[in-house]
Design a protein around this ligand. Structure first.
Ligand code: NAD
Length: 334
């Protein structure tokens, strides 16, 4: 019998909403330290999950954690990740992993120099409906992918325009960075590096110097006669009913995922299989339980890669973050 893997020693930097979600998903691994610039946030996390509440990042790193989870505001993600890598830790950094392509490249260089793994928090890949839909489409079972179409949105909350997400210096952009990153990551997973075809950014409701609605089209210039795939997304902070919808049209079937559990509604995957004679498709429906398993599954995927140390592919890494930022930067420049 192989030895069971030893529990990993984990540090968390940034103890807000997502730092807490990550702590809840640690399973058998141990939180040894956490840090937040708001002392009450780190004290609260340590009280609930154990480990030392540290006053500085250096204090966390001095405890030599195997992994550091970075879940801060966006302008801090890359710098803290580099520091953790230089201290010898593997890093799980929340999306968007920094601000801009240059910061992502800086983290990638630090990871190479340290010989450590960096996983980007693209937890949407681990929602079972999304994971099955993309897996089925990638398998080629239904022929070539024609297009990916997705809508993702929420309605903010009172005072959202004063939160860090609405400050471009701290966030790097509005909804295109907030939820758009996840759709760009899923498109990258399915279709690779499609170029940005066009983008529309708007600020319609929130009084902030960032986009609250973004529409993105990915794909080559093409035209009539061009069968190459494309993707089209709309992400919104004025989606008054939280919404997640992802559709993948293939040559022989359409796969549709609705819902992201909880406030986004139960997750359901429908596969519409075309018959040789076309007409109404045959429909398979799979419904998933209403708990969000994506955080647990993503953590287990990352820790298995760390323990195996065999260079296996990480689902959702810096290559995807780099691609997503190249699209966002191109959209913002226009
Ligand atoms: N995957 C998802 O579905 C998802 C959802 C929400 C947020 N996120 C990402 O998670 C990250 C955190 O978002 P959140 O919703 O938890 O935000 P949050 O505001 O709840 O928490 C961020 C925390 O970081 C702390 N912080 C800021 N600068 C710091 C520094 N230099 N050192 C230590 N702590 C610092 C803040 O005090 C705050 O407590 C962001 O990158 C965000 O995009 C991912």
């Amino acid at each position: 019998m192989p030895e069971p893997p030893r529990p990993l020693r984990v540090g968390i930097v940034g103890c807000g909403l997502i730092g807490r979600k990550r702590a809840e998903a640690l399973g058998a691994d141990t939180l040894v330290a956490c840090h937040d610039v708001v002392a009450a946030a780190s004290a609260g996390l340590a009280a609930d999950f154990g480990g030392r509440a540290c006053g500085t990042l250096d204090e966390v790193l001095a405890l030599r954690p195997d992994v550091v989870i970075v879940a801060t505001v966006h302008d801090q993600l890359a710098g803290i990740s580099c520091r953790a890598l230089e201290a010898g830790a593997h890093v799980l950094v929340e999306k968007p992993a920094g601000i801009g392509v240059a910061e992502i490249e800086r983290v990638a260089a630090a990871a190479r120099a340290a010989g450590r793994l960096v996983k980007v928090g693209f937890n949407h890949r681990f929602h079972p409906g999304i994971s099955r839909a993309i897996g089925e489409a990638r398998s080629g079972r239904y022929g070539e992918v024609l297009y990916l179409r997705a809508r993702y949105g929420h309605g903010g909350r009172l005072g959202y325009e004063r939160e860090w997400r609405a400050d471009p210096h701290r966030s790097g952009g509005g909804e295109i960075v907030d939820q758009g990153m996840h759709l760009l990551d899923l498109s990258y997973w399915l279709l690779g590096e499609l170029p940005l075809h066009s983008a529309l950014l708007r600020t319609q409701f929130w009084r902030a110097p960032v986009d609250d609605n973004a529409v993105i089209i990915l794909g080559g210039p093409g035209g009539v006669g061009d069968p190459s795939p494309f993707a089209i997304f709309h992400v919104s902070w004025t989606e008054w009913k939280n919404t997640f919808s992802l559709e993948i049209a293939c040559h022989d079937a359409k796969l549709a995922v609705d819902g992201l559990v909880r406030s986004y509604g139960p997750q359901e995957l429908r596969i519409f299989r075309m018959r040789p004679e076309l007409g109404p498709p045959e429909v398979e429906t799979e419904r998933y339980p209403d708990d969000d398993v994506s955080w647990d599954l993503e953590w287990r995927h990352f820790t298995a890669a760390i323990q195996a140390a065999d260079g296996r592919e990480l689902l959702g890494d810096l290559a995807s973050a780099r691609y997503a930022w190249s699209c966002v930067e191109a959209a913002q420049r226009r």
